[in-house]
Design a protein around this ligand. Structure first.
Ligand SMILES: [Zn+2]
Length: 109
């Protein structure tokens, strides 16, 4: 969502710059009236607002993600979405599993 708004704002600014260049290049051409400075200014403001809004949205989205982040069951360290343990504890749990299966195998033999 935020990246769409941000991209739209950047595109509008890019178009305004392109129109401005066209206007400066073909000052006497009849179609230049279409790119009136007042209109370009409005479009530039709109683009700027969209970019600013996109940045704010992105920050909010990041903040929301940080708030809903999972925490390690053991040490409460923030971890990836869907994970149960942090890297250290996950490794410890996995190696403990390995030891258990290894031990049972040895016992059976
Ligand atoms: Zn942990």
């Amino acid at each position: 969502m935020s990246s769409t708004v941000l991209r739209l704002g950047l595109w509008i600014i890019l178009l305004v710059v392109a129109m401005y260049v066209l206007q400066q290049t073909f000052e006497d051409a009849p179609f230049v009236d279409f790119f009136a400075p007042a209109m370009l200014e409005k479009a530039l403001v709109l683009g700027g607002l969209l970019v600013a809004g996109g940045i704010v949205l992105r920050l909010l989205e990041r903040g929301a993600k940080a708030v809903t982040k999972n925490r390690c069951v053991v040490c409460k360290t923030p971890i990836e979405h869907g994970a149960i343990y942090c890297r250290n504890h996950l490794r410890r749990v996995l190696s403990r599993d390995d030891e258990i299966t290894h031990m049972t195998r040895v016992r059976k033999e």
